[in-house]
Design a protein around this ligand. Structure first.
Ligand SMILES: Nc1ncnc2c1ncn2[C@@H]1O[C@H](COP(=O)(O)OP(=O)(O)OP(=O)(O)O)[C@@H](O)[C@H]1O
Ligand SMILES: [Mg+2]
Length: 1002
C-alpha cells in the first residue's frame, strides 16, 4: 500500500493491476502536445541546431511527464503523446495529466525564450476515457482507440500556449483545477461536436486538498519567482542537497501566496513531497522552537491542543515511522517532547535540541524529499533564526528544501539574513506592475468598469493584498456578488471611494461589522493569529455552539477562516485570513479594552498550565501592563507579569533558549521594583550566560545575587548563587578563581551534607583541584582527599549527575598519581551510569579521559573510545567537542604510523571552528610528514603564542606534545626522549607513553 506523505492515509487506488499482458480495455487519460511555429523555426535554421533543440525538448518533456506519473508513448515529428493509467489507474490521473500539460507549455515558453524563438508555443490536448491498452515494448503503441484521436484533435483546437480538455477530463480534474468553457468544438473527423474546456489554473493540491474557501485571485506576475522555487524543489529532489530560499517582502506582497503555488505544484507530483509549515507567532520575543514544534506536530498528526498523553503516543508513532534505529528513537524522544512542551529536556546544551529537531526531519527525508516552510520569520527569536540559517550547513546531503518568509523588518534586525552561506538563495518580492494588478482585478471580477480598475490599481500601488481587501470591502458593501469562484458587479462602481492606506481599507471593512461581531473579532485577535472556539468561548463567556455560528458567518466575510486541513496542527481552529487583518483589529482597540482582554487571555492560558505557553502568558501580562497607567492596579498586574515571567524563563531554560532566558530576565529586571524580585532573574542570567560562554556577564549577575542573599541572611540561596559562579569559572577553565571562591566555603563548612548546594560546591572545588594536580600545580593527594569528601556527601544526598561527574574527577586525581588501573575502572563505571542516565557532559568527558588511561600500547582501543565520544558529540551537535576529539583521533593515528588516516581526520577538522591547538597540531603534523623543519618550528611557535593568550588545558597539552615531536624528528633525540619519559611518568596523558614507544632512539 502506498501512503501519502502529508496525511499518512492510504491513497485511493481505483484500480491496481500489473501492466497488461494482453490487450485490455482501460480507463486512461491521453495527453497530446504539439509545437506551433515549429516549421518557421526550423526553416531559418541549421538542421543541427533544430535537431539539438528537439532532442532537448523531448528529453525534458519526458522528465516532466514522468514526474507527474505519466508514460511517454511516443514522439511523432515534433509532437508528444503520453498516457496516464496504462498500467495502474489512479483517481487523479486526469488531474495530473492537465498539470503536466501546464508544465509542458511553460517548458516550451522557456526553451523558446532561451533559443530566441518567441513564436514557438505548445498546444496541449487532454482526453480521458476507455481505450484499448495492449502489451508493448517500451510502451510504444500501447494505447489505441478513438480516445487518442480525440486528444489529438483537441490539441489542434487549442490556442497556442494553452491546454484544452474534454468533458470527462474536466469532470475528474475540476476539484483541483479551474476550467473555462470554450463551447462545443467541431473537431476534425468527429461527426458530433465535442464540449471542450480550457484549463485555467491550479486551485489546490491534487484532489482539491487544501483548497481555500476565501477569495483567491488568479495568480499574476511572479512567474519567474515561482519557476525558481519549482526548480529548487526539483533540484533538491535530484541532487539531495538542501537549499534555503529566503523570501522577503512587505505585508500583503504575496509571500505566502507564492509558497502556496509551490505547494500546489508539489501536490501534483507522483513522488510524495513531505511538506511542513511552521509559523513564528507575534508574541514579542517569540516562543522558542514554536515553528519547528508545529511542523513536528503536523508530521505526528498531533493537534496543538493535545494533552501530554496524546502527545506521548503520537510521538512514539511518528518516531517509529520515521526513525529506523531504536537507540536513536530513545535519544530523540525526550528531546522532541521538550520541544513540544510536554517535558523537560535532559541535561545537555541547546545544540542537542537543535540536533534532535534536525535528526527528526532527516528521518522524514529518508522517505522522500521534504519541504520546510518557516512562515512569519520576522517574529522569530534569534535562536530560531540561527537554527534556520545553519540548516543548509548540516544538511549538505539531505533532500530538504527550506523556505523562510519574512517582512523587511527582519532585515533591519538581521542585515545579513539569507545572504551568505552554502546553498542559500535570496528573493526579494517587490510590488506587482499595473498591468499585473489590473489582471488580478479583472480576473477576479470580470466586467468591472475600467475607471474602477484604474482607481484600484492606482491606490494599491502593486500590493496585491490591497486589491484583494478592496474587492472584499466591495463585496461587504453589496456592490459585488459571488458567482462560482469569481465576482459579478451588481452595484454602481463609478464613485469608488478608495481609502488611502491598506490599514484604512481593512479598518473600514472591520467597521462594517455590527458592534458585537466586531468585539468578537477583537477578542479573537488578542488570542492570536489562530484560536480555538473553546478559548474564545471562555474569553467572551459565549456558548461554544452560538460562537460557532457567529464565527461561520464572520468567515463568510473573509476576516477569519476555519482551518479544515486535517494535516494541520491548527486543525479545527479558526485563523485570521491575513495577519495584517489581525494587526489592524488589535490596533483599533482602546487601551482599557486591550488591558482587560490581555489579562483575560493570560489568566485563561495560565489555567491551562501548559509549559510551552508560559512565554505567551508572560507576553499577555506584559501587554496588559503596557496598556495600564500608574496606580494600584498597575502594581497588581506588574506582580503577575513578574511571576509569569519566572515561568517563562523556566520554560526557556528547559529548551535551552539561553538568549531568550537572558532577554526575558532583563525585561523582568526593568519592571521589578525590589532586589528580591530581581534575584531569581539574576541567577537565571548567570546560568544562561555560563552556557553561552560569557563568563563576565555570568560573574556580574552572580555577584549581585550573592550580595543580595548575604544581606538578607539567606544562606542556602547564597550558596546556590556561589555554586553558579564557581561553575561559571570552571566552564571557563578558570580553576584558580574557582578554588579561591569555593575553598573558604568548603573549609568553613564541616559537614557537607547539611545542604545540597554545599555538596555541589565541594564537587566543583574538587574538580578544580584535580585538574591543577595534573600539571603538578596542586598536590595530587590533597585533591584526592577533597574529592573523596565531596563524593561521600553527594552519595548521601543521592545527587546522581554530580556523583558521576565527581567520579570522573576522582579518576583524574588517580591518574595524576599514576594509579592508571583504578582510574580506568572508575571511568568505565562512570561512563556506564552516564549512558543510562543520558548525562551528555559525563558521557563525553568520561570517554575523553578514558582514552588517556587505556593501555598505552593499545591505540586501536583508544581510537574506538574516541570514536564513540565523537558519535555522541555529533548527535548532540556539539561541534567544538567533535573537533577536539577528531584532533585526538588524528594524533593517535599518527602515533600508530597511519599517516594517511591521520591526515584525513585532521582535514575533516578544518571545517569546524577548531581549537587553536588543533589547527597547530595539523600544521605540525603535515610539515613533519613532509620533512619541512621550518614549517614545524613556526607552527609550534604559533601555538606557543596562542597558549600564552589562552592557556586552556587543551592548548597546553597540545603544545607539550608538539615540542616533543619537533625535537624527536628535527632536534636532539636523546634529551627529547628523556623529557618524554619524564612526562610519561608525571602525567596521566598517555600520549606521552605512546610516543615513548614509537620514538625510542635506539
Ligand atoms: N501574485 C499574485 N497574484 C494574485 N494574487 C496574489 C498574488 N500575490 C498575493 N496575492 C493575494 O494577495 C493577498 C496577500 O498575499 P499574501 O498573503 O501572500 O501576502 P504576504 O506577503 O504573505 O503577507 P504577510 O506578510 O501579511 O503574511 C492574498 O489574498 C493573495 O492571494
Ligand atoms: Mg504571509
Amino acid at each position: 500500500m502506498k501512503f501519502c506523505g502529508q496525511c499518512a492515509t492510504s491513497l485511493e487506488i481505483t484500480e491496481e493491476a500489473a501492466p497488461a499482458a494482453k490487450t485490455e480495455r482501460r480507463h486512461v487519460t491521453v495527453l497530446f502536445a504539439d509545437l506551433t511555429g515549429y516549421t518557421t523555426f526550423s526553416e531559418g535554421r541549421d538542421p543541427e541546431e533544430v535537431r539539438k533543440f528537439l532532442t532537448g525538448y523531448f528529453d525534458r518533456s519526458r522528465v516532466v511527464i514522468e514526474r507527474f506519473g505519466g508514460l511517454v508513448e511516443k514522439f511523432i515529428g515534433d509532437a508528444v503523446m503520453a498516457v496516464w493509467g496504462a498500467d495502474t489507474a489512479h483517481e487523479d490521473d486526469a488531474e495530473r495529466a492537465v498539470r503536466a500539460g501546464f508544465e509542458l507549455t511553460e517548458l516550451v515558453d522557456k526553451l523558446a525564450a532561451d533559443t530566441g524563438a518567441p513564436d514557438l508555443r505548445l498546444r496541449v490536448g487532454v482526453h480521458t476515457g476507455e481505450a484499448a491498452v495492449g502489451p508493448g515494448e517500451d510502451h510504444m503503441g500501447l494505447v489505441t482507440g478513438d480516445l487518442v484521436n480525440t486528444a489529438s484533435r483537441l490539441e489542434s483546437a487549442a490556442e497556442p500556449g494553452t491546454v484544452l480538455v474534454g468533458d470527462v477530463t474536466k469532470q475528474s480534474a475540476s476539484r483541483g483545477i479551474a476550467f473555462e468553457s470554450v463551447g462545443e468544438q467541431n473537431l476534425k473527423g468527429k461527426s458530433i461536436p465535442v464540449t471542450a474546456w480550457r484549463a485555467v489554473r491550479l486551485l489546490s493540491e491534487t484532489g482539491g486538498q487544501g483548497k481555500t474557501e476565501a477569495l483567491e485571485p488568479p495568480f499574476v506576475g511572479r512567474a519567474n519567482e515561482l519557476r525558481l522555487l519549482k526548480d529548487v524543489l526539483d533540484t533538491v529532489r535530484s541532487d539531495s542537497q538542501s537549499r534555503l530560499v529566503s523570501l522577503v517582502g512587505e505585508a500583503g506582497i504575496g509571500k505566502s501566496r507564492l509558497v502556496w503555488e509551490l505547494k500546489k505544484y508539489a501536490g501534483g507530483l507522483v513522488d510524495t513531497t513531505y511538506w511542513h509549515e511552521g509559523r513564528s507567532p507575534a508574541y514579542g520575543d517569540g516562543v522558542t522552537f514554536w515553528a519547528a514544534a508545529e511542523m513536528i506536530r503536523a508530521r505526528a498528526t498531533l493537534l496543538e491542543t493535545a494533552d501530554d498523553i496524546e502527545t506521548d503516543m503520537a510521538l512514539d508513532m511518528a518516531l517509529e515511522t520515521y526513525i529506523a534505529d531504536p537507540a536513536d528513537r530513545d535519544w530523540l524522544k525526550p528531546r522532541l517532547a521538550a520541544v513540544l512542551g510536554t517535558g523537560k529536556a535532559p541535561p545537555g546544551g541547546r545544540s542537542e535540541l537543535d540536533a534532535a529537531v534536525r535528526a527528526f526531519f532527516e528521518g522524514v527525508a529518508k522517505q522522500g524529499p521534504a519541504v520546510m516552510i518557516f512562515e512569519d520569520v520576522h517574529w522569530a527569536d534569534e535562536a530560531m533564526l540561527d537554527f534556520i540559517e545553519e540548516l543548509t550547513k548540516w544538511w549538505r546531503d539531505q533532500p530538504i528544501m527550506i523556505v523562510s518568509l519574512a517582512r523587511p523588518d527582519l532585515i533591519e534586525r538581521r542585515p545579513n539574513w539569507g545572504t551568505g552561506g552554502h546553498n542559500v538563495i535570496s528573493l526579494s518580492l517587490g510590488p506587482l506592475n499595473d498591468a499585473q494588478m489590473a489582471d488580478l482585478v479583472t480576473g477576479t471580477v470580470p466586467g468591472v468598469p475600467d475607471p474602477a480598475v484604474t482607481a484600484i490599481v492606482e491606490r494599491a500601488a502593486g500590493i496585491p493584498l490591497y486589491a484583494v481587501e478592496l474587492i472584499r470591502s466591495l463585496v461587504a458593501a453589496g456592490d459585488l456578488e459571488s458567482e462560482h469562484d469569481r465576482y459579478r458587479v451588481v452595484g454602481d462602481l463609478s464613485e469608488l471611494a478608495v481609502p488611502d492606506s491598506l490599514q484604512a481599507v481593512i479598518g473600514a471593512r472591520l467597521d462594517r461589522f455590527d458592534p458585537d461581531d466586531r468585539d468578537l473579532i477583537q477578542n479573537a485577535a488578542v488570542l492570536g493569529q489562530s484560536f480555538t472556539v473553546d478559548a474564545l468561548s471562555r474569553l467572551t463567556g459565549i456558548e461554544a455552539a452560538d460562537l460557532e455560528q457567529r464565527l461561520t458567518s464572520i468567515s463568510r466575510r473573509e476576516v477569519i477562516t476555519a482551518v479544515r486541513d486535517p494535516r494541520s496542527a491548527e486543525h479545527d481552529q479558526y485563523r485570521f485570513v491575513q495577519s495584517l487583518i489581525r494587526e489592524v483589529a488589535l490596533s483599533r482597540m482602546s487601551k482599557d479594552l486591550l488591558r482587560d482582554r490581555h489579562l483575560a487571555v493570560a489568566e485563561h492560558m495560565e489555567s491551562r498550565d501548559e509549559p510551552e505557553l508560559a512565554v505567551v502568558v508572560a507576553s499577555h501580562y506584559l501587554q496588559a501592563l503596557d496598556a495600564t497607567s500608574e496606580g494600584e492596579e498597575r502594581d497588581h498586574i506588574r506582580r503577575r507579569a513578574i511571576s509569569s515571567m519566572r515561568s517563562a524563563v523556566d520554560r526557556a531554560a528547559d529548551v535551552r533558549g539561553h538568549e531568550q532566558v537572558i532577554s526575558i530576565s532583563e525585561q523582568a529586571i526593568t519592571i521589578a521594583d525590589s532586589d528580591e524580585e530581581r534575584t531569581p532573574f539574576w541567577e537565571r542570567i548567570t546560568a544562561a550566560a555560563t552556557d553561552l560562554g560569557r563568563p563576565e556577564e555570568a560573574g556580574r549577575y552572580a555577584n549581585l545575587a550573592i550580595d543580595h542573599y548575604r544581606s538578607v541572611g539567606d544562606q542556602h540561596s547564597e550558596w546556590r548563587a556561589t555554586r553558579r559562579l564557581g561553575f561559571a569559572y570552571a566552564q571557563n577553565s578558570d580553576w584558580e578563581n574557582a578554588i579561591e571562591l569555593l575553598e573558604p566555603i568548603v573549609k568553613g563548612a564541616g559537614d557537607l551534607t547539611i545542604d545540597v548546594e554545599l555538596a555541589r560546591i565541594a564537587a566543583i572545588h574538587a574538580r578544580a583541584l584535580s585538574i591543577l594536580a595534573m600539571d603538578g600545580g596542586v598536590e595530587a593527594s590533597r585533591a584526592l582527599d577533597i574529592t573523596e569528601a565531596a563524593l561521600q556527601a553527594l552519595e548521601r544526598l543521592h545527587l546522581t549527575p554530580e556523583i558521576v561527574d565527581t567520579m570522573i574527577t576522582r579518576a583524574t586525581g588517580l591518574g595524576a598519581t599514576g594509579r592508571q588501573v583504578e582510574m580506568r575502572v572508575l571511568l568505565s563505571g562512570a561512563i556506564e551510569i552516564a549512558d543510562t542516565h543520558d548525562l551528555y557532559h559525563a558521557q563525553t568527558r568520561g570517554r575523553n579521559n578514558l582514552m588517556f588511561s587505556t593501555d598505552p600500547l593499545d591505540v586501536e582501543r583508544s581510537v574506538a573510545i574516541q570514536e564513540q565520544a565523537r558519535e555522541i558529540g555529533t548527535r548532540a551537535g556539539d561541534l567544538s567537542f567533535v573537533a577536539f576529539i577528531t584532533g585526538s583521533i588524528s594524533m593517535l593515528r599518527t602515533l600508530e604510523g597511519d599517516f594517511e588516516e591521520a591526515q584525513r581526520e585532521a582535514d575533516s577538522v578544518t571545517e569546524y571552528p577548531a581549537f587553536e591547538g588543533l589547527v597547530a597540531w595539523k600544521a605540525v603534523f603535515v610539515n613533519t610528514w613532509e620533512g619541512n623543519e621550518p614549517g614545524v618550528r613556526s607552527a609550534v611557535e604559533r601555538l606557543r603564542e596562542a597558549t600564552e593568550i589562552a592557556p586552556t588545558s587543551a592548548n597546553r597539552s597540545a603544545l607539550a606534545s608538539m615540542e616533543v615531536i619537533r625535537e624527536l624528528v628535527f632536534g636532539d633525540r636523546e634529551p627529547a626522549y628523556r623529557t618524554l619519559l619524564e612526562a610519561a611518568q608525571n602525567t596521566y596523558n598517555t600520549t606521552f607513553f605512546t610516543l615513548t614507544r614509537f620514538s625510542h632512539p635506539g
